[in-house]
Design a protein around this ligand. Structure first.
Ligand SMILES: [Fe+2]
Length: 442
């Protein structure tokens, strides 16, 4: 009798877990239209119901102690593998692995290129490079470290080269320097690719970006920040995964990161281990083919009177004579239509929007909110491209300034042709969220 009661209760427990998982799964799927959002709660809650109750039912049915012990052993091994497997994998990746190579500009983009990678052993970094078509390989080196950054200097503007890193197997990668005069080109921009709760769809976004690169030939990849969940100890596996994901593109063109709140800080600060943009501040200017790219740090003081604000005024005032567009990349947005409201910072909108409007900014790419948002502001376009792979949840409510919102993993492909900038926001299957153009004000 007791056995029957326990069996009924166990069956009810399993059914309750499955039903609760399905109900929550349907609710989440209706919020974010992706199968993962059904599967996650269904597997977690369903598992919580089915695993203990099935174990109990099998133990009740078992006729011998040996059978009961074998059942417990099988369940124990399965649970240990499910829980311990990912933990062991993450532990393995805590120490620096051989990752990369990836490129950044730590100096003049017309005449230099900096090759970065991570090394398991701290040994001097060595790169060999050659002009396109030239037979002679030249060396460039840096001191011993687990995070080599080798600057190649003395290059020709607008010229094609190739390089190889012997420590990484010597595979050749092409790269090219910034042109001396404006020309048509494309770049990609996205952000918020970090893991959350162990999950990230960054590799899917990058796969589509690689496919799109076959048509667009991106010269530059911009990331609006939140590249890892936490920067320091315990999250080395996220840096390793991040480098694995970006290398197919970042090995052959610079990768520019606007510091996000998730990779800020740490002692020593790991962001600086991985990225060197030529100076200690997290804000910088890059002029490429008549486009001024301004990277703003929303993790540092940006109020009027701050060092960054003064620098920003100068960066916006002192544009090169051939400037046709000014593009700002920053992590936290000027505004968002996320209904939770907590991401709207009065300093961002109240102080920076008038400055950007007065100084001729053409478009802002931000992140932080896990969705795509496009707002048409009186003087410039404002895009949140925060669907680079992180778990999606934000579901913006369009306002009067909103052109388009969608909660989906995506990136933006931007083409600059003459005085027209064409922006296409693309989902991971290559379909278009929206496309729009910006005309040069110069
Ligand atoms: Fe963020």
């Amino acid at each position: 009798m007791l056995k029957k009661i326990v069996a009924v209760l166990a069956t009810l427990w399993a059914a309750a877990g499955l039903i609760a998982g399905a109900v929550l799964g349907v609710y989440m799927y209706r919020h974010i239209n992706h199968p993962f959002y059904f599967l996650l709660p269904f597997v977690l809650l369903g598992g919580l119901g089915v695993v203990p109750s099935s174990l109990l039912l099998l133990l009740l049915r078992a006729k011998t102690w040996r059978a009961r012990l074998a059942t417990v052993a099988v369940y124990g091994v399965a649970i240990a593998l499910a829980v311990g497997g990912p933990a062991a994998w993450r532990n393995y990746y805590e120490t620096p692995r051989n990752g990369g190579p990836y490129l950044v500009w730590s100096d003049d983009p017309k005449t230099t290129m900096t090759v970065c990678w991570t090394a398991q052993q701290s040994v001097p970094g060595r790169v060999e490079y050659a002009a396109e078509g030239a037979a002679e390989w030249k060396p460039a080196e840096c001191p011993a470290t687990n995070y080599p950054k080798v600057k190649i200097a003395g290059l020709q503007p607008g010229a094609k080269y190739r390089y190889r890193v012997p420590a990484l197997g010597g595979q050749e990668h092409p790269f090219q320097t910034a042109p001396a005069v404006p020309e048509d080109f494309s770049f990609a921009v996205y952000g918020d690719n970090r893991h959350a709760g162990g999950f990230s769809w960054h590799s899917s976004v990058m796969r589509e970006m690689v496919r799109e690169d076959g048509r667009e030939h991106f010269r530059l990849i911009l990331n609006s920040g939140d590249i890892v969940e936490r920067p320091g100890k315990g999250y080395g596996w996220q840096w390793a995964t991040f480098l694995r994901d970006i290398t197919p593109l970042a090995a052959s063109r610079p990768y520019e990161v606007s510091l996000g709140n998730h990779e800020s800080g740490g002692d020593p600060p790991p962001f600086e281990d991985y990225f060197d943009y030529g100076h200690k501040e997290h804000w910088r200017t890059l002029d490429y083919a008549g486009v001024r790219f301004i990277t703003v740090s929303t993790q540092d003081d940006i109020k009027p009177g701050s060092a960054q604000y003064s620098w920003l005024e100068q960066a916006l005032d002192q544009k090169p004579a051939d400037n046709r567009f000014t593009v700002v990349t920053m992590h936290k947005p000027l505004l968002t239509r996320d209904p939770r409201g907590k991401y709207n910072d009065p300093v961002m909108r109240g102080e920076l929007e008038p400055l950007f409007a007065a100084k001729g900014v053409d478009i802002v790419f931000a992140g932080h909110v896990h969705a795509y948002e496009h707002h048409h502001l009186p003087s410039f376009e404002h895009v949140i491209t925060g669907g680079g792979g992180v778990l999606l949840w934000a579901k913006p409510t369009p306002g009067p300034d909103t052109v388009k919102t969608e909660t989906v993993w995506h990136f933006c492909a931007v083409n600059v042709k003459g005085k027209t900038m064409s922006v296409r926001a693309l989902r991971t299957d290559g379909s278009v969220i929206e496309a729009f153009e910006v005309q040069s004000k110069r």
